[in-house]
Design a protein around this ligand. Structure first.
Ligand code: ZN
Ligand code: ZN
Length: 411
């Protein structure tokens, strides 16, 4: 990756991502592949006055060995110290930076049952962290760095070095790290996303109806006082950008009121497995039928995690003509693919997606229809011909998306 891009990415993570303040602690979680960026991030964080930067490295090749040799029981009962670090930084006002850099097929041969058991155990082990992150009580961000196997998968027709360089270019382009002043560029971008949120919030929408030629035809109810968020969010009055890139505005549906058929428009890369051709049927907010063309078992594992994994916790709107989507490239990585497409998430809702949600008890969240689960898995549904209309509180039907993009009223 070009020096300039590396510098800009590090600056973006530290400044636009979590806006590190003097005296703060920073945790960076990544893989061994991303060491050059992790070191650069640490340097910028220290230069901005961070008092401690703690980098925790994973290795996807070692992880594949864990799945090969460890029993399901061992994978389900990992020692708590594995999770203590991330929970500590959340509880003590730290900043959290994740750098994605791994082979999307690393766990291709792993037993799906082991995978689900292990991921569920991880979600439980890190529950404290997730509670902080999903209610904006910790500043967090996710960025990416190229990895060779990943690059080969994204650009199968290129030579290894060429593919690796091109993935670096694309990461820089989609995160705006190729701009002269990427931090200023992110401010402008966040304003655009904020203005879309304001329009959606002002429209007092009761439900959305999605339709396209792929076969999606679904009505998604919205809770009273729903809030669309996107662009930068705030943690104790300080802005942070949770995903870089990010093109989405998102909210939470009323998880008791989703009816119809949903067809995924892209393969979903989930924990080292690729689930293609997802098809779901929902009735009164519950997934009553599901299928997939590849790795149906993995999808089954996700849906059977708990009651909440049978419903949706996120509704996200992304124009088909987003900068990522216009590259016409499938990244096999949700951070990029979800920002190329409208998506839903199976599982947990962000409490901040309804007014006052971050102060609600679990019972109150249930009352307004916010979904609760140990999982949160985004999958993509946007297409070039996606139409979305909305019913408003005063009984009008309005157009929100036409031919895959926001109508003028909401752009
Ligand atoms: Zn999303
Ligand atoms: Zn999501």
């Amino acid at each position: 990756m070009k020096e300039q891009y590396l510098d800009n990415l590090a600056r973006l993570a530290v400044e636009s991502g979590v806006s590190v303040k003097p005296g703060e602690e920073v945790m960076v979680r990544t893989t061994v592949h991303a060491a050059p960026l992790a070191r650069r991030v640490a340097k910028y964080a220290y230069e901005r006055g961070a008092k401690r930067v703690y980098v925790e490295y994973r290795d996807d090749a070692l992880e594949a060995l864990d799945f090969e040799y460890q029993s399901t029981d061992t994978l389900t009962h990992k020692p708590q110290f594995i999770y203590d670090g991330v929970n500590y930084f959340a509880e003590n006002g730290g900043c959290y930076i994740a750098i994605i850099s791994e082979n999307p097929d690393a766990l291709k041969h792993a037993d799906p049952a082991k995978l689900t058991a292990s991921r569920t155990a991880d979600m439980k082990g890190k529950k404290t962290y997730y509670q902080y992150a999903m209610s904006n009580k910790v500043k967090w961000t996710i960025i990416a760095y190229p990895e060779r196997e990943w690059a080969k998968k994204v650009f199968p027709d290129l030579g290894e070095d060429e593919a690796y360089d091109k993935l670096g270019e694309y990461i820089a382009k989609t995160t705006r790290a190729d701009c002269a002043d990427p931090v200023a560029e992110w401010k402008r971008h966040a304003q655009k996303l904020h203005s879309r949120c304001e329009k959606l919030n002002a429209a007092k929408i009761r439900s959305f109806r999605y339709k396209n030629s792929l076969g999606t035809d679904v009505t998604v109810g919205m809770p009273e006082g729903y809030v669309f968020a996107g662009g930068s969010e705030e943690c104790n009055g300080e802005p942070f950008n949770a995903n870089m890139p990010s093109e989405e505005v998102f909210s939470a549906p009323d998880c008791r009121n989703i009816n119809g058929t949903v067809k995924a428009s892209m393969p979903l890369s989930y924990s080292g497995k690729i689930i293609d051709g997802i098809s779901l049927k929902l009735k009164d907010g519950k997934i009553v039928e599901y299928d997939a063309k590849t790795n149906r078992d993995v999808l089954k594992g996700i849906i059977e995690t708990d009651e909440g994994a049978k419903s949706f916790g996120e509704i996200a709107l992304v124009p088909f003509d987003s900068p990522i989507s216009n590259l016409g490239t499938l990244f096999y990585e949700t951070l990029f693919d979800e920002n190329a497409s409208c998506h839903f998430a199976i599982g947990k809702a962000y409490p901040t997606c309804v007014k006052g949600g971050d102060a609600m008890t679990e019972a109150q969240m249930k009352e307004v229809g916010l979904n609760e689960s140990d999982v949160h898995v985004d999958f993509m549904v946007g297409t070039r011909d996606l139409q979305i209309t909305a019913e408003t509180a005063d009984g009008k039907t309005i157009k929100v998306f036409e031919n895959g993009n926001f109508t003028k009223d909401f752009d």
